[in-house]
Write a protein that binds this ligand. Sequence first.
Ligand SMILES: [Fe+2]
Ligand SMILES: [Fe+2]
Length: 205
Amino acid sequence: MELLLEELSVLVKNIADYSYEIYQHSLNVAIIAASFAYYLNLPEEEIFLFLIKNAGLLHDIGKTKIDIKILNKSEKLIEEEWKIVKKHPVLGVEILTPYPWARSFLSLINYHHERWDGNGYYGVPGNKIPLGAKLLALADAYEAMSSDRPYQESKNLEQSLKELESCSGSQFEPFLVGKFIQLSDKIINQLGKDGVFKIGVHQFK
Ligand SMILES: [Fe+2]
Ligand SMILES: [Fe+2]
């Protein structure tokens, strides 16, 4: 299915207009996940890179349907708010369903908050989570740790890798955490000097 770059650009621009922070996070996740996939030397690499890169760009697009006040809240979310935030994968699927070129990676977006131990948003067990969604989840977590957020200071590479390792076997598949750590130098080389991606930021503006 042909990817319509114009449609993709409009969707990514919608994310940027909604929240510059989510936009930058999405670019970073796309690059981390795609470079991780690239260095894993997977079969049918080209197809997989297409899926993972675009799923990374659009994985949090469902958040644009959620009140920004909830997403920006620095205090702990109440149960009702948390329930709303947890809808963002399925809201993303709803937004992207009309686009034929997005259908091949909707499951990656739908399952990007699943955990290896089955305690993710939908409770999908680790062996049933698509590989691409597991890579997205790792890239998502690494990006969140290594960026400054209103509620946390960024972690350096060593601290971030330690935290990923501490979640090996619970949040993440141990084999993939090991590979991510092993390949981290190469993956991080795709980033700017301070660990934040510099490339492509104005690509869709
Ligand atoms: Fe998400
Ligand atoms: Fe995310």
